[in-house]
Ligand binder design. Sequence first.
Ligand SMILES: Nc1nc2c(c(=O)[nH]1)N[C@H]1C(S)=C(S)[C@@H](COP(=O)(O)O)O[C@H]1N2
Ligand SMILES: [Mo]
Length: 318
Amino acid sequence: MTSPDRNEITPEPLYLNRRNFIRAGVFAGSAAVTGLIYRAYRPDTIAPLPEEAPQAFGELAKRPEFQAGEEPNSFEDITNYNNFYEFSTSKTAVAREAQALKTDPWSVEVGGMVESPRTLSLQDILNFPQEERIYRFRCVEAWSMVIPWVGFPLAALLEQVKPTSEAKYVAFETAYDRSVMQSSFSAGIDFPYVEGLRLDEALHPLTLLATGLYGRQMPKQNGAPIRLVVPWKYGFKSIKSIVRIMLTDKEPPTTWNIAAPREYGFYSNVNPNVDHPRWSQKRERRIGEITMRETLMFNGYEKEVADLYRGMDLEKFY
Ligand SMILES: Nc1nc2c(c(=O)[nH]1)N[C@H]1C(S)=C(S)[C@@H](COP(=O)(O)O)O[C@H]1N2
Ligand SMILES: [Mo]
């Protein structure tokens, strides 16, 4: 299995800079400069990298229909090339900076339009029967990985809280701890990070609440202790370090859509036929590979999810 040297990892081409968007040039420019000054002078409070990998799970179910028949990326790659803007906009800096996040104790509030709202502790989360699922993961920036997640279907949690008949969407929110995370101003996107799914997407059997990867509890840089994984959508839908899950009857606001509505829609299904306004989505670079691969419709999950979007114009609902 290839495990490229850190320096070999795809450099971020300038045209892919996610923050090169709207927010009038002058403002964006001054935010970037302020961010640089802030980073240069901020006291060195960064936690050290953990000396050992997180705790291992015991036996995990492995259902054949959820094992992408592809070689997973290495633990090294998956845990050192991250997007987690609360900690850093540098993919290689996240692993170190995210160690400052306190993930135990943790609680996730689940409520809104449900019959039985509840608050889950870390133990409650780990009490769901956990399974291993190997999924393709495609970032909107045109890179991809294959990741052996550990977790349980979001549907299992939603069944417990019982959405009411008015509920049509699920809204998610990431923790925002200002003592360890950077400001929205420095990151260029609003915090807390928020995401959303239509209820039928949330109930789809592929939609996972992930609690770990490679048989171990979730590394902080990957969104410990619990994050969403929606493998047929661009990676930014897979919101990390979740503290709130609310059922609602209105399409919830989503962070990248707020930042640049013409570039990132609510649906954000992987689609090689609908380009990002500033780059093509036809191909992708699998981390660890030299040549580009063709991007697959719905990231290769077309057979499973195409029915969710029957009759919808995928150029309009991007
Ligand atoms: N809270 C939060 N969740 C987030 C992000 C983020 O910046 N903050 N980045 C998203 C993006 S753009 C991607 S590609 C994936 C990256 O997940 P990974 O670092 O585990 O590969 O997380 C998504 N979830
Ligand atoms: Mo992404």
